[in-house]
Design a protein around this ligand. Structure first.
Ligand SMILES: Cc1cc2nc3c(=O)[nH]c(=O)nc-3n(C[C@H](O)[C@H](O)[C@H](O)COP(=O)(O)OP(=O)(O)OC[C@H]3O[C@@H](n4cnc5c(N)ncnc54)[C@H](O)[C@@H]3O)c2cc1C
Length: 389
């Protein structure tokens, strides 16, 4: 695939040819492979691994990975478009797609050495393997730097003990990038990142979460019990892990912003259609200003969220500083997703409260966007710190 670097929100705001191709491809794929089954997966909390394998063959599981490592070799604009289109259909599939691409795979792509990239990226980019990324612990979420899972050096190995929770693909992931303590508590250089393969002695999965939304995206605990990892599995140098994670989250937050935009657009489009079909007082409900103004607000905010998201992607493509802009995109887009999904349920009325229509699923799925990869409060902390620097 050819990389097109022109800005999709430049003159005319036109999508590039690659973005148009991705949009068509995902819409066709979603109609056949996601939409018919998504409520079943949602009800049973099934993580549909086969769907991700199929998305791997379409290049969607390694969007940012260069072609020499088996990826699609595309940039952030194409990546954002892919996540928006998938998430318009199903937030769970969008979340897992984002976590696989942005967190595990991108950590190895950005900080791995050549051996690590050659070993893991082709498997991840094609979805032969599913990736997980573990930063959060039961007692340290927002305050991740205070983590307690520890790796103690023993010759050429490190021995890891502790647990990570709320990890996307915590059970089905074939490989995980895990950030653990190798130095003092309170030292931002006291943490290191390791690549740990499923099947390594002392590495198991714990509790799978039963969630409000995003139910087809698996969330589970990673448990380490005297897990011996060779030093060659470390990403970068000892002490780099936390700083690396913050950089990975800069990109990850763009993907959660895209996930939010997708959910918001899905909710908006369903509400628009329903409001034209549903009649009350002998007219379509969209003729009531109370309803059409809701749609106007939704459409305007979604457009603004999309601009912030593509702007952050543009900075990332140009390898510029993006911490503030990705936090702004994530903060704004996730709050818009919650608001749009809420209004969608309202426009559907009683039917919006049932599982016969998509409104309630958008409503449940959207809430995760204000929590995962840093809550809205933490985004404000990041933004305000940078404003006051
Ligand atoms: C579905 C799902 C998937 C996830 N996937 C992953 C994953 O793949 N990998 C991973 O590592 N983690 C993952 N997470 C974890 C996620 O990143 C954390 O849940 C999130 O960072 C919040 O941490 P916490 O849940 O511990 O909340 P807490 O940090 O305990 O926060 C509780 C409340 O306190 C507020 N708060 C905390 N500190 C401050 C402050 N300084 N100022 C103001 N308010 C504050 C928060 O905003 C929040 O409202 C996932 C979570 C979910 C639900």
């Amino acid at each position: 695939m050819q990389v097109i670097t022109e800005n999709p929100i430049g003159p005319g705001f036109a999508l590039t040819e690659n973005q148009k191709m991705i949009t068509d491809m995902v819409r066709n794929f979603g109609a056949k492979e996601i939409r018919p089954k998504m409520m079943e997966w949602d009800e049973s909390q099934e993580f549909p691994v086969d769907v991700f394998k199929k998305m791997g063959s379409l290049g969607l599981m390694g969007v940012l990975v260069p072609e020499i490592y088996g990826g699609a070799g595309l940039g952030y604009h194409e990546y954002i478009t892919a996540i928006i289109e998938v998430s318009k259909i199903c937030g769970s599939i969008g979340l897992s797609l984002a976590a696989h691409n942005s967190l595990c795979t991108n950590h190895i792509l950005t900080f791995g050495n050549e051996d690590q990239k050659q070993k893991y990226l082709p498997k991840l980019a094609t979805a032969e393997w599913i990736g997980a990324w573990g930063l959060t612990e039961p007692n340290t979420g927002s305050d991740a730097g205070n983590m307690r899972t520890v790796a103690v050096k023993d010759g050429d190995h490190y021995v890891i003990n502790g647990a990570k929770n709320f990890i996307t693909h915590g059970k089905s992931g074939n490989v995980a990038v895990v950030i653990v303590r190798t130095g003092e508590i309170g030292d931002s250089h006291g943490m290191s990142a390791f690549i740990i393969e499923r099947g390594t002695a002392g590495f198991t999965s714990g509790k799978k979460e039963n969630k409000l939304g995003m139910r087809a995206s698996e969330t589970a605990e990673l448990v380490f019990n005297d897990c011996r990892i060779h030093k060659s599995q470390m990403l970068g140098n000892e002490g780099d892990g936390f700083i690396q994670s913050m950089k990975i989250l800069d990109g990850g937050r763009i993907s959660i912003a895209a996930l939010s935009v997708g959910i918001a657009e899905g909710a908006y489009e369903s509400a628009l259609k329903y409001s034209q079909e549903r009649h009350q007082f002998n007219q379509p409900i969209v003729k009531f200003q109370g309803i059409s103004f809701k749609l106007a607000d939704m459409a305007t905010k979604i457009e603004a969220a999309k601009l912030l998201t593509y702007r952050a992607g543009d900075l990332k493509n140009r390898k510029l500083e993006v911490t503030k802009e990705s936090a702004m995109a994530k903060l704004f887009a996730s709050e818009v997703a919650v608001e749009a999904a809420n209004e969608c349920v309202q426009i559907f009325g009683g039917y919006g409260y049932t599982k016969d229509f998509p409104a309630e699923k958008y409503y449940r799925d959207a809430k995760l966007c204000t929590i995962g990869e840093g809550t809205s409060e933490i985004q404000k902390l990041v933004i305000s710190r940078l404003l006051l620097r």
